[in-house]
Write a protein that binds this ligand. Structure first.
Ligand code: AMP
Ligand code: MN
Ligand code: MN
Ligand code: MN
Length: 285
C-alpha cells in the first residue's frame, strides 16, 4: 500500500492492548480495528512493546497495514505528557532498556496508590487493580479505575479519575517518569518518528504549551496528534492551526482502550483536514 494511495484511508496510529492498559489482547485489538474499517493501525502500548509481534501477525492475517509503535510516559515540568513513537525498531536495545527503566517504578507507585485509597476508606484496591493488569509490571491508573467501577464506588472510569486518580485526590501518587529529551532519544535511536500525544489533554497554559512544543521540536519531535479520542472537536481545529503555524506533521488515532470505555473507538473519528501534512506522508507499506 502506498501512503499516497488516498487521503481517504483510515489511519489509526494510537491504541492500547492488554500489554498496557487496554482490555483486549493485541490480536483482538487488530481484529476490531480491521472490522471497524481501519486500513493502517499502530499499536502504541504505554512504555511496552511486547504486543507488537502478535499484533503485526494479526494485521497480516486481516490484510491491514501495521505500524510498530509505543507511547512513552514523560514528566515535563511536573506534568505527565505522552510521546508516541511510530515505526520504531522493536529490536532496538536502547529503546528496550529505556522502556524497562520507565516501567520499573510502576508496582511501587501502585502500592502507594492502594495505600492512599485505603486511607480514604477503600481497601484492597492494589490487589483489585492487579486483577485487571494483563501485564503486572504495567499496572496503572486505568486498572484501578476498572476495579473501582467493579466494586460500585463510582459508575464509570471517567468518574473514578475525577474523584480518585488525579492530582490532589486520594489515589493519586506523583511520579517521575523519564524526561522529554531522553524519551525522544530512545525513539530516534530506534529509527522512529516522535509524535506528541493528545497535546490538548495536559491542561497547559498557551505559554507553557508553546514552551513544550519548542522543546519537543528541539529534541527531534516531528508531529503532534490533532484528531484523537482524547480531543474535543474544538481541539481538532485548535491543534490543526497550531500544527500549521509551527510546521509540525499531524497524526490521528483513537486512543482506543476497551469496548464501551470512554468515547474512543476505531473507525469513528473524522479524517485529518486535507491541507495538513500527515505523519505518514512518506511511508510505504
Ligand atoms: P498511568 O500511566 O498509570 O498514569 O495511566 C494513564 C492512563 O489513564 C491514560 O493512558 C488513560 O488510559 C487513563 N486516563 C488518564 N486520565 C483519564 C481520565 N480523565 N479519564 C479516563 N481515563 C484516563
Ligand atoms: Mn492508557
Ligand atoms: Mn496518552
Ligand atoms: Mn494512549
Amino acid at each position: 500500500m502506498d501512503a499516497a494511495a488516498g487521503p481517504g484511508l483510515d489511519f489509526d496510529l494510537h491504541c492500547h492492548s492488554t500489554i498496557s492498559d487496554g482490555a483486549l489482547l493485541p490480536a483482538a485489538v487488530v481484529a476490531r480495528a480491521a472490522a471497524q474499517g481501519v486500513h493502517v493501525l499502530a499499536l502504541t502500548d504505554h512504555d511496552e512493546i511486547g504486543g507488537l509481534a502478535a499484533a503485526r501477525e494479526a494485521a497480516r492475517e486481516a490484510g491491514i497495514g501495521f505500524v510498530d509503535g509505543v507511547e512513552v510516559s514523560v514528566t515535563w515540568r511536573g506534568t505527565t505528557v505522552h510521546v508516541v513513537g511510530l515505526r520504531i525498531d522493536p529490536d532496538d536495545a536502547t529503546l528496550a532498556q529505556g522502556l524497562e527503566s520507565v516501567r520499573s517504578g510502576r508496582i511501587g507507585r501502585a502500592q502507594r496508590m492502594g495505600e492512599g485509597l485505603a486511607q480514604a476508606g477503600i481497601a484492597g484496591t492494589f490487589e483489585g487493580a492487579l486483577k485487571y493488569a494483563g501485564n503486572r509490571g504495567m499496572v496503572g491508573r486505568t486498572h484501578f479505575a476498572r476495579y473501582l467501577v467493579e466494586i460500585g464506588v463510582v459508575p464509570d472510569t471517567r468518574a473514578v479519575f475525577k474523584r480518585f486518580l488525579v492530582p490532589g485526590k486520594p489515589g493519586f501518587v506523583p511520579h517521575e517518569w523519564t524526561d522529554l529529551a531522553t524519551a525522544l532519544g530512545w525513539i530516534r535511536a530506534a529509527g522512529g518518528r516522535a509524535v506528541l500525544a493528545h497535546p490538548g489533554r495536559y491542561g497547559l497554559s498557551s505559554g507553557a504549551l508553546a514552551d513544550l512544543l519548542r522543546e519537543f521540536r528541539a529534541a527531534g519531535g516531528e508531529a503532534i496528534e490533532v484528531v484523537t479520542g482524547s480531543h474535543s472537536p474544538d481541539q481538532y481545529a485548535l491543534f490543526s492551526a497550531i500544527a500549521e503555524n509551527h510546521a509540525f506533521l499531524v497524526s490521528r488515532g483513537s486512543d482506543f482502550h476497551a469496548p464501551g470505555e470512554g468515547n474512543a473507538d476505531f473507525g469513528k473519528l473524522p479524517r485529518l483536514a486535507g491541507h495538513l501534512k500527515p505523519v505518514w506522508h512518506d511511508w510505504q507499506f
